[in-house]
Design a protein around this ligand. Sequence first.
Ligand SMILES: [Zn+2]
Length: 279
Amino acid sequence: MMILFLILLSLFNVSLFHWLGQDPSFYRLDAYTWESVEFRGMRLGPAIAGLTEVDCERLSGFMLDHAFDLTEFETEADLSGPLETLDILDGRRLLLEQKSAAYKKLCHAYEIVFSDLKYFPIPASTRADTPPVTYEDGWQQKRTYGGERGHEGCDIMGMERERGFYPVISITDGVVEKLGWLEQGGWRAGIRSPSGLYLYYAHLFSYAEGLEEGKTVRAGELLGYMGDSGYGKQENTVGNFPVHLHLGLYLKTDHFEEMSVNPYWVLKYLEKRRLYFDY
Ligand SMILES: [Zn+2]
């Protein structure tokens, strides 16, 4: 009887698979989807960049529906309407209901990433002659210092090369969890947001006055200045790469104390929220 049931179940799954189409992300939805390569890649695309606010439930459905890649969407139109209009086939909706615990977990993971974001980390300048900053998607690019590894963050490059020129502000409210020298990250600041996101600001030139571990910071508060510190056991090692801010985003998951996600599209989303500083 049990065997018959299993055969029927597998036949049902196979036919359901064909009926629903080729996209496998719904089938892989489980409690640990937020630890997947796809989730970590955060390929949110222009679809998310224009939004003023992110509906994480809607976003989760959309990401699943598009195999975690929205980069082909040119605008946010598909993500800005109410959730009820979300274009999910009935069968997929059924699967989402069956896997609601896993789905909620995925939504919650997006909430950790998005709910505290307020400002782009480099304020815009009030002066017309200040060179802008640039960045591109360098997620998992090869790095070799300290052994071969994938790049776990996004580098915001200062066009003005001078150390200490660009102010770095906190993207979120939070608490300073880590401060001080790291061999790879140089002078770094690690901020824990209220929702649990860990924001890692690395290679700083200097810290803002009074910044110390345990201190509460507000979004937009000065953390320090962009630099090129790091890649050396010796404190204050500088000059091993161009001046830039390395931003890393980390979540504590079921299996990882620190799991990185790609900040690139998160920064694109934040670009329209820039504070102005006089520098
Ligand atoms: Zn980097």
